[in-house]
Design a binder for this molecule. Structure first.
Ligand code: HEC
Length: 276
C-alpha cells in the first residue's frame, strides 16, 4: 500500500515538472535542462579560445584551401617564366561561358579599364595615346596572345601597364580576355572566323531550347521497316524466358521487352511470331 502511494506521488511530481516546464508563453522554450545544447558559446574574431592549443578563436583555412571564385596561380607567378607558362598552359575554367550577356559585359569592362590606352578597337590608339599622355601601347595585332597570357598580364601587369587585379575579379579577367582576343581577330582580319564562332554560339543557344520527341516503339519499328530491313524472328525474346523474371523490377523490364517485341511484330504484321 505504502509502495503504491510512493509511486503515485512520484508520478504526480514528475508529471507536474513536465507540465510546468511547458508554460503558457508560446515564445518561451520553457525550462532548458542542458542549455549548452541550445546555445553554442559565441566567440568574437580575435578573442582567446582555450579550446585550441594556440588559443586563437579565428582558425586558419586548411592548407591548400582555395577561396570560392579564385584559382591558384602559384605556378604562374609574376616573372617572365610565369608569363610564358601562363601563355602556354593557362586555360579559362569551364565555368566561364560567353553568352550574349557575358560578351556585352566583357566589352563594357574593356571600355572602362582598358580602352583609354588600348583603344576601343584594340589598335593601341586609346585617348591617352592619341593625346600623347601615354606612350608605347601596342596594337593587339602586334602581339602573340593567348587567353592565359592575357589573364597573366591583367593580373600582374607588363612593362608600363600596371596590374588590374584589384579592378577585375578573376572571372572578369577571363571575360575581358575573351574580348581582347575578339578585337585581335578583327584587327588581323580573322573576322570571318570570329563571326563563325559567334554563329556557333547562337545556334548552340537555340539548340538548348529545341526539344525533340522520342519516337514511340511503333514509330521506331515503322522507320526500321521503311528502311527495308527484313523481319528477323530470332530477335524476339523467347516466351519461355518469362519464368526467369521473378522480382517486380525484372517483371517490369520483361513487360517492356515484350511490348517492344509486339510493336516489332506488329510493324511487320508477323503476329504469329508472338506466342502471346
Ligand atoms: C595605362 C595604359 C594601359 C591600360 C589602362 C591597360 N594597358 Fe594593356 N598595355 C599597356 C602597355 C604600355 C602595354 C605594353 C607592355 C609591354 O609589353 O611592355 C600593354 C600590353 C598589353 C597586352 C599585351 C601583353 C603581351 O603579352 O604582350 C595586353 C593583352 C593588354 N595590355 C591587355 C590589357 C587589358 C585587358 C587591359 C584592361 C584590363 C589593359 N591592357 C589596360 C598599357 C595599358
Amino acid at each position: 500500500m505504502l509502495k503504491k502511494n510512493i509511486f503515485t506521488l512520484l508520478a504526480m511530481i514528475t508529471g507536474g515538472i513536465l507540465l510546468s516546464s511547458c508554460g503558457n508563453d508560446k515564445n518561451s522554450t520553457g525550462w532548458e535542462f542542458m542549455p549548452d545544447m541550445y546555445r553554442g558559446p559565441a566567440l568574437e574574431a580575435y578573442q582567446p579560445n582555450s579550446f585550441f592549443s594556440d588559443s586563437l578563436a579565428s582558425r586558419k583555412p586548411v592548407a591548400g584551401t582555395i577561396a570560392r571564385g579564385f584559382m591558384s596561380y602559384e605556378k604562374f607567378d609574376n616573372t617572365t617564366e610565369g608569363y610564358e607558362l601562363a601563355k602556354a598552359n593557362m586555360k579559362a575554367p569551364a565555368s566561364i561561358v560567353m553568352n550574349e550577356m557575358e560578351l556585352e559585359e566583357a566589352a563594357k569592362l574593356y571600355g572602362i579599364f582598358c580602352g583609354h590606352c588600348h583603344g576601343t578597337k584594340g589598335d593601341g590608339q586609346g585617348i591617352l595615346m592619341t593625346r600623347e599622355k601615354f606612350l608605347g601601347v601596342p596594337s593587339y595585332a602586334e602581339r602573340e596572345l593567348t587567353e592565359g597570357s592575357i589573364f597573366h598580364v591583367i593580373t600582374y601587369g607588363k612593362g608600363n601597364m600596371g596590374s588590374h587585379a584589384a579592378q577585375l575579379s578573376p572571372e572578369e579577367r577571363w571575360k575581358v580576355g575573351h574580348h581582347v582576343l575578339k578585337l585581335r581577330r578583327e584587327l588581323t582580319g580573322e573576322v570571318e572566323e570570329a563571326q563563325a564562332e559567334e554563329v556557333v554560339e547562337e545556334t548552340s543557344e537555340t539548340e538548348n531550347q529545341t526539344y525533340y520527341r522520342i519516337p514511340s516503339p511503333d514509330e521506331m519499328f515503322g522507320f526500321i521497316k521503311e528502311s527495308g530491313l527484313a523481319f528477323n524472328g530470332e530477335l524476339l525474346n523467347d516466351i519461355a524466358n518469362s519464368d526467369s523474371y521473378t522480382d517486380p523490377k525484372m517483371q517490369a523490364l520483361n513487360f517492356g521487352v515484350y511490348s517492344a517485341d509486339l510493336a516489332y511484330t506488329a510493324a511487320y504484321k508477323e503476329f504469329n511470331e508472338t506466342n502471346y
